[in-house]
Design a protein around this ligand. Sequence first.
Ligand code: 4AD
Ligand code: MG
Length: 434
Amino acid sequence: MGETKVIRIEDVSEFVGQTVKIGVWLRQKRGSGKIAFLQLRDGTGFMQGVVSVGDVDEATFKLAEHLKQESSFYVTGEIHRDSRSEFGFEMAVSNIEIVGESEDYPITPKEHGTDFLFDERHLYLRHQKPFATMKIRDEIIRAIYDFFHKDGFLKLDSPIITDSAPEGTTELFPVKYFDKDAYLSQTGQLYAEAGAMAFGKVYDFGPTFRAEKSSTRRHLTEFWMIDAEMAWMHQEDSLKVQERFIAYLIERVVDNCQVELKMLGRDVEKLRAYTKLPYPRISYDDAVKLLQDNDFKIEWGVDFGSPEETFLAKRFNSPFFVVNFPKAIKAFYMKRHPSRDDVVISADMLAPEGYGEIIGGSERDTDYDYLKQQIISQHLDLSEYSWYLDLRKYGTVPHSGFGLGLERLIRFIAGEDHIRETIPFPRTLNRLHP
Ligand code: 4AD
Ligand code: MG
């Protein structure tokens, strides 16, 4: 007789009727004196193991009865298809070999508060909701690379330590860089612009940092951003890239994460509807009018808050763009409107159902003197942007780009209440541990 094959739960469907061995942890158990039902997980999936008095020796049955939550062991047994089981398969257990004991695991089957769960995040990651969310995160990350690769983009990484503050100076994390002052990057965009002039179409993907003093459901202080930048491209074509990009990411999750979406209670048909293109566009002007007509006390010139975004989202019931924001509330590099000096050629993509902004982008101004003036008037240090101005000095071309917040997108696709659920170890105003 050969050795019993060691497999993973995600592959059990290929081993129906066979005896196999799996390295598992115990999630929960219940049973009577004659039978024990073990809820097992191995990191690739979940399944039930059934231990019956008649099938195993007495010592093994005793062992099964005394297993503690999150103890680790090898379990051996025959795989059965089981339509009553929520995972479709069961193991009729014939042997158990303990590997690691577990005493007083803190996250018990009773309800726990969110703060507690995030204090225990290093353990909470083992549970079903984080499991489903992190699988979706992983699928989205892979889909991002696939999309850009197929679309002819080069991945060009931007630095994390920087001396520039493209999105304004109020939300910076300072770091001491030998004897100089530096910051953690807010966005890789300016570097991506240099990249676009060298490689045509580029993207970066990395952690970005904002010292957000507000604690909301959609702000992290450390989050992952994708900056995409395209030379020889005007804003209208950039919007087309953005909507194809988001529709593709949603489609990939719908196609490959059915089980995870179900675990999270996310309606797949609703998501599928969000892959229909084009996404609606509304100008900032029209959005303000619409809000005012519906009793919002918003003045032209201010940014939208969550209630405004949620109202607009209800009108469209799909991801949508708000285009041409007031110049005064946007970053220094955005392209001037050809016939108005109070707005810029910019767009935010907002997700439906009140999830809010997921992308910020614009066409970039190409004029050396104008940008120099902008840097000065926004109180940025001109010497730090000399290299950026070089891009306008040596063969400037029309170009556009955008930044997608990974965790904002996951929150929307997975239907998460709070953005902290979407990143393995969240960093927020009040959380740096674990
Ligand atoms: O709209 P933002 O500030 O745009 C930029 O930084 C541009 N330089 C990007 C570009 O054009 N290359 O940020 C881009 C996106 C937002 O739409 C949002 O999804 C996400 O980054 N984001 C955050 N996500 C989580 N927590 C925060 N504090 C975030 N701030 C922005
Ligand atoms: Mg923005």
